[in-house]
Ligand binder design. Structure first.
Ligand code: ZN
Length: 240
């Protein structure tokens, strides 16, 4: 089975469409979405509809939760907060119900899927170091835990000697377990502005990161038309 693992779309329609096109070209059997479908970007309704129609394997993210009033917006910085308020005003009822229905984690075959961390899925803690990762390995039993949230792709493995992997292609070893951040479709922050997602092939035991160019200017134009914060508009061009 070949899975496309996507995360942090953030209402960026052009990025989502480019990623789904690549997933189709690569003949993925299924799509897994790790949350933050909305927030920051200009197309929350369109992105919710597409994700809902494309896959049943979706977990909720902190921006999704905040946009339906489930997470306190004081937790966010002022730009994120502004975008969440805008999102909550434009989201239609169907999509609000859809976001409310999403689980906080999923177990699919040998993978555990969560937006932020397997230990406390709804506390939105970040895993951004090997030490954070080590604290989380006991919270799932599967071979791999896929996460998003930080918008920076990275992989950690933990056996006798913990290791840190940054390569874009990882041959997953027998007896090893992994926490893999698949990066962000709609707002990458690793200084590469191209949309980012992962492909996991459980027959070949292979994980591969994908980068896809998309029409950034189109997303920026729509953000300006929606009066979303200029800081959020600008950062898309630089991937940070
Ligand atoms: Zn996010």
């Amino acid at each position: 089975m070949k899975f496309a693992i996507i995360s942090d779309i953030h209402s960026n329609l052009a990025a989502l469409q480019s990623v789904l096109k690549r997933a189709e070209e690569l003949k993925c059997d299924d799509i897994v979405c790790l949350g933050d479908i909305v927030g920051y970007g200009p197309y929350p309704n369109e992105c919710c509809k597409i994700v809902q129609e494309t896959t049943k394997l979706t977990v909720v993210g902190n921006h999704d939760h905040a946009s339906i009033g489930y997470t306190d917006i004081d937790y966010f910085n002022k730009f994120a907060k502004e975008a969440i308020i805008w999102t909550s005003q434009v989201l239609n009822e169907n999509n609000k119900e859809y976001l409310k229905s999403l689980p906080s984690f999923l177990r699919i075959e040998n993978i555990f899927c969560v937006h932020a961390s397997p230990t406390t899925p709804l506390e939105w803690n970040y895993i951004i170091s090997l030490y954070d990762a080590i604290d989380n390995f006991n919270s799932f039993e599967e071979k791999i835990c896929f996460i998003g949230h930080s918008h920076v792709p990275v992989a950690y493995s933990y056996e006798e000697i913990p290791s840190y992997e940054t390569s874009e292609k990882i041959q997953l070893l027998d007896g090893f377990r992994y926490i893999i951040n698949v990066g962000s479709v709609g707002q990458p922050r690793d200084r590469n502005p191209n949309a980012c997602f992962g492909i996991y092939d459980n027959d070949l035991n292979l994980f591969q990161l994908q980068r896809v160019a998309y029409d950034i200017r189109a997303t920026q134009k729509a953000m300006r038309n929606a009066n979303l914060p200029e800081f959020l508009v600008e950062r898309l061009l630089f991937g940070r």
